[in-house]
Design a protein around this ligand. Structure first.
Ligand code: ADP
Length: 409
């Protein structure tokens, strides 16, 4: 089955065309036929990039004023480059949807009821859900007969027990406004956990895992027997680890103090916390880990401080999730930084040998962007690098839901 996976943002659409006939993560037969994206939608300088392997990438800059035109152009370009012979070969569309609230704990076919459910979650995910929905509306127009499936970033974390998701606020706010921890990056955490079990030939019940996703956004998840029992992101993707431009955990009273000191509005604070904090805020120069590492090498003290805070926070979370799980079999790094930066992995795991985590320096240094173990032989906790592949999991989820197969996860 050829499945178009869509991730729709305010001015962008990312897509992959994946051929899969499997609902199983263990399958090795899936194939990414093509991928690409449209950026700066709404301008006369929108860029459309498409890669249809083994051909080189193609890219155009043109006026694309809305998402429907963007998708239509993307599909036409895919056809032009022989990703498929006819649009009717696309048999389903899988949409990445950020927030599924408490209602969605698994992927679903989008019908009117589901559409309303996603709309209701806009309050919880105001920056993403409207655009994810727009992706659905546009795809429905372009491919009216094709089933569309929503795969939620929050769904995997719905197995958390109340002790992990209830905040210490008056309980009425949970009842009235559904304020609680939801967690994000669920598809990524789920994917690498499956890969781990596949590599070590374990059943779900046989592996307790800590998965660390370090990209522009960063989060960490404790997985007990295949189920998420805790995760670092919260009501929004703000909480937890230090990120590219988000501050992660902070004393909530510090925010009130800052608001009153500088007379900042809610909007000001939202921008400050989302765009100007984290690695960027501390270093004062970049949210890009590669740039910070280069600056640190040249003796830049602020860059070093940003990296130190970043790694220390990860280490603290790993320790706390070992406590939450009691017994841990594997620790998995993924995401742009987790997959590609041996020094960050080494610093985050430094001093954890008492807790069973011992990296092999040579192994770790050799692993960049590929699947491999990086712990010493016999380490109590196996430490792995596993490149994430959220699109593949969205395609498999979509296949399964469209075929009406049971949820194996
Ligand atoms: P997103 O969350 O937007 O998908 P990615 O997962 O691509 O982002 O991660 C982006 C981050 O990965 C950036 O901070 C980038 O600097 C970092 N990164 C990518 N390659 C490397 C590398 N070789 N060494 C260190 N950091 C890297």
């Amino acid at each position: 089955m050829k499945i178009l996976v869509l991730n729709c943002g305010s001015s962008s659409i990312k897509f992959q065309l994946i051929e899969t006939d499997s609902d199983m993560i263990e399958s090795d037969t899936d194939r990414c036929i093509a991928k690409g994206g449209v950026e700066r939608i709404g301008t006369d300088e929108a860029t459309l990039k498409v890669v249809v392997p083994p051909n080189p990438p193609v890219s155009t800059t043109e006026e694309i004023l809305d998402h429907q035109t963007a998708l239509t152009r993307a599909i036409a370009t895919l056809k032009e480059h022989h990703a498929f012979a006819d649009i009717s070969q696309i048999q389903a569309v899988g949409h990445r949807v950020l927030h599924g609230g408490e209602r969605f704990s698994a992927p679903v076919i989008i019908d009117q009821d589901v559409e309303e459910g996603i709309q209701q979650c806009i309050e919880l995910g105001p920056l993403h859900n409207p655009h994810n929905l727009r992706g659905y509306y546009v795809a429905r127009k372009v491919m009216p007969l094709v089933p569309q499936v929503a795969v939620f970033d929050t769904a995997f974390h719905q197995s958390m027990p109340p002790q992990a998701y209830i905040y210490g606020l008056p309980y009425s706010y949970y009842r009235r406004y559904h304020i609680r921890r939801y967690g994000f990056h669920g598809t990524s955490h789920r994917y690498v956990a499956f890969r781990y079990r596949k590599i070590f030939k374990k059943q779900r019940e046989e592996a307790n895992l800590i998965t660390v996703h370090l990209g522009n956004g960063c989060s960490i998840t404790a997985i007990e027997k295949g189920l998420c029992v805790d995760t670092s992101m919260g009501l929004t993707p703000q909480e937890g680890l230090l990120m590219g431009t988000r501050c992660g955990d902070i004393d909530s009273a510090a925010l009130l103090y800052l608001m009153s000191k500088d007379e900042l509005t809610v909007h000001d604070m939202s921008i400050l916390l989302n765009k100007f904090s984290g690695l960027y805020g501390i270093s004062g120069e970049s949210n890009d880990m590669r740039e910070l590492q280069a600056a640190e090498k040249k003796g830049d003290a602020q860059a070093k401080l940003a990296i130190d805070v970043f790694c220390y926070r990860i280490k603290k979370y790993i320790g706390s999730y070992i406590a939450a799980l009691g017994h841990v079999d594997g620790l998995v790094f993924t995401g742009g930084i987790g997959e590609n930066s041996p020094p960050i992995r080494a610093q985050a795991c430094d001093g954890l040998s008492e807790l069973g985590i011992q990296l092999d320096p040579a192994r770790n240094a050799a692993v960049v962007g590929k699947e491999s173990e990086i712990s010493v032989a016999g380490s109590r906790v196996k430490v792995m690098v596993i490149p994430t592949n959220e699109e593949l999991l969205i395609a498999r989820d979509t296949f399964r839901v469209v075929r009406g197969l049971p949820n194996p996860h």
